[in-house]
Design a protein around this ligand. Sequence first.
Ligand SMILES: Nc1nc2c(ncn2[C@@H]2O[C@H](COP(=O)(O)OP(=O)(O)OP(=O)(O)O)[C@@H](O)[C@H]2O)c(=O)[nH]1
Length: 693
Amino acid sequence: MEQTATTSEDAVDQEVHPHHHPAQDALDLISHLIGAMELTPLVAVHCMDHARNVQFWNDSCRLLYGIDGDGALGKPLNGLYTFEDQAARDAILEQVWQTGQPSPAADWRVRTADGRDLWVYSMLFPVVRGGVVRQVFCMDVDVTARKQLERQLNLAAQVFEYSRDAIVLMDRQRRIIAANHAYAQVTGRTEQQMLGHDFISVQSGFEDTELCHRMWREVDDDGYWQGEIASRRAGGDPFPGWLALTAIRDAQGNITNYMGILSDISDRKKAEERTRHLAEHDYLTDLPNRVLLQDRLSQALAAARRHQAMLAILYIDLDHFKQVNDTLGHPVGDALLKEVAARLVRCVRGADTVSRYGGDEFLVLLADIGGSGQAAHVAGSILQALAQPCVVEGHTLPLSASIGISIFPGDGGSIDELIARADVAMYHAKQNRRNSFQFFNPHMHAQASERAGLEQRLRAALAAGEFTLHYQPEIDVRTGQPVAMEALLRWCDPQRGVQAPQHFLPVAEAAGLMPAISQWVLREACGAAQRWRAAGQDLVVAVNVSPAQFAQLPHAVAEALAATGLPPDGLELELTEDLLMKCHDAPALLQALHAQGVRLAIDDFGTGYSQLGLLKTYPVGKLKIDRSFTGAHDGAAIAATVAMARSLHMQVTAEGVETAAQLDLLRSHGCDYYQGLLAERQVEGGELVQLLR
Ligand SMILES: Nc1nc2c(ncn2[C@@H]2O[C@H](COP(=O)(O)OP(=O)(O)OP(=O)(O)O)[C@@H](O)[C@H]2O)c(=O)[nH]1
């Protein structure tokens, strides 16, 4: 360092004192200054001559630019280090040479010869003698560290300002000292409305003082708190916010500031709300579903217990709703369910709950009723509201429901018990007189248990081989010979003995057992007919078709014929008018069965409302006149039916024939076949009986 200094002073002396100019004092001063500068390692000083060659280079220059005096002196300055904006620097230097005025001090970015980038705070001083600039001194201070810090601060300020998170800074007293753009946007406040104000008061609406105390205590103790707050915008508009608060401490660990990051979580809350709504409501009617109902029921039950009050459950099941789906399609059914939901809601108070319990079942909870009369009143208004015809997609649909009512505490103490009993009461309403309501009573309970037992025994009956078929002959009126046998189902109930279908079929139907039972009947009957054939009796077997089986019938028939080997025309399927009227797929199904070669007959003819136009299109070979016509000796009805059947190229069987007089009447009207007690007696007297057994 010393050597460099000496060398530098010599260099300056050569130029500064060559002729002992009167301005010696000034030069001495500069020399002193240079000496002083040498002592400060912070200031890199160099001096250049007119040719821009270095004449002086202090030790700080060596430290800063990585080149010692030997490497610098006499060399062109431009080769020692360069400026990022070299042209601007050259222009400033030129100006100093031209004007003899020092340059303003400024920060310059430079690159050293060994490839380092630095920032220097630099100033140029001309040495003027005789009105001519002789040298220019340059003083550089390394400000790289400051520049980096500045840049970091600048970056931090930009992050703060442009962050999408709403950030607020507070002092120790929790007064706002800075808030970024996002914060101003979220809260809708200007800087003036925030700066210097207490954070909580600016958040106005954050009125939960207990939460507020806990929050600050946690921040002060643990340094951090986050949670949901009820916030309010400048105009008073409330919004849910998520606030994260952090305490900022100095080197001694004392809290100096607080930082808060606030998010508007309205959208998230709405999405959560929507998800919860979906989980608790029925997608079609938007009524509370079972989940929410369960919740409301528990609350209502707890409240009723506390206040020794009563509540009622109304179990509502629409009457014949399936028909709407079957005849007009599911979309119409859906629209009807929505309309029912709306009507039910209009029949109750806000405190009550209307819920969709399942398919066409609704459950109404009447919380806190004065007595059962109130439940009856609501049930009555529901029936009345539903009775108004409902127009859906241009169809005017009659609507009714059966309602069962259970009351707490009389009918049960638990939710399950109360619902089960309302269900039992509803079932009774449905059985006795649809479009009505029934209160639960213990007698119903016994019947329900009986029914449950029956259902259980029926479930086991098929596997246990408890079903049998009885055969009822159909006799040719002219020849007196049997032509067909109608298969009739019987169940040997282990508890009750042999049961006729009307005693167990409704329960089997409700329990969903009919498809399996019907298939068994079909297979068993075809097998029997095939055995009769093998024994020389060419009798057709007639099987009644159940509604549960109709849609799958072509498949079931194919399966039964294949399994037994019975030719298709050995099987006759009897379909009631009612079934044909209710099933909108009936024409297609009948065509499919006809194509399979089986015989088709319309059963119980005269009890339904078959339209002649439709009948004509059915590939049906026979009409069976209901016993109510035959038994009434209704010659006119029989004559008309036979005439109509003839015009449709169908044969006619009369059912329920008991006396020879009835048979004579049928014969006189040209009826083809008959069934009934008279026919059975005739067969019993013949050899067929043995065979059939
Ligand atoms: N359109 C529509 N139908 C449904 C929906 N959920 C269930 N169902 C139908 O609702 C019908 C309910 O029938 P049930 O109550 O057993 O029969 P029902 O015809 O009303 O007869 P009863 O109750 O004895 O009067 C079934 O056919 C279901 O397929 C739904 O969301 N939309």
